[in-house]
Design a protein around this ligand. Sequence first.
Ligand SMILES: Nc1ncnc2c1ncn2[C@@H]1O[C@H](COP(=O)(O)OP(=O)(O)OP(=O)(O)O)[C@@H](O)[C@H]1O
Ligand SMILES: [Mg+2]
Length: 205
Amino acid sequence: MRNVGVTLGETAVLDDVSLHVGQGEFVSILGPSGAGKSTLFRLLTGALAPDRGEILRDCAPLKLDGQTFAFMPQRDALMPWRRIIDNVILGLEVQGVPRAEARARALPLFVEFGLEGFEQRYPAELSGGMRQRAALLRTVIQARPIQLLDEPSACSTRSPAHRCSAGWKTAGGPRAGPRCLSPMMCARRWPFRIASMCCRAVPPA
Ligand SMILES: Nc1ncnc2c1ncn2[C@@H]1O[C@H](COP(=O)(O)OP(=O)(O)OP(=O)(O)O)[C@@H](O)[C@H]1O
Ligand SMILES: [Mg+2]
């Protein structure tokens, strides 16, 4: 992003924001509530157009072709009528992967994401953290070049954080060389909890 700015209503939410994320990096964006972290993701996914500045990928204007990003929204957005396994494979199905193949790809990852035994449950039967991890798995399994994780609070306890980190790798994260942007609310403990997974944080804590 180069010199990006966006105003919503009367509020200049982002002003002159420049940010570069390199191949294979896992970058956390830190800021208090309302700082504009989710807005930044809305710009990247094309849900919102910047008023100023430009967004580039590999030095060319970013194409909004639906191929670049896998996005985990701040709210888990699990579909209540689909079982967890079928929520997890949703992105793969959208990519055109047959349902049976998508399930076969997803099922081995349930252990690492702390969801083993809940494959056939519905979202309403899961805890908040489990729902978040299902949403995280739904995102990383898509193996898109860039992964956007908006408040992946599944990582807020030590054990799932490590499991998700391992799962992220298993799901083809570093192998596929993704670039990850992970906004974090500036709750004080978060930068430390996420430290083992991040390459760097923006701005420095
Ligand atoms: N559609 C909108 N119209 C006007 N203001 C908006 C709109 N959407 C967001 N905002 C404002 O933009 C600012 C940034 O919102 P954003 O959701 O990006 O914050 P955030 O950093 O993700 O916060 P949080 O950590 O609470 O998720 C807030 O002040 C919010 O009120
Ligand atoms: Mg937000």
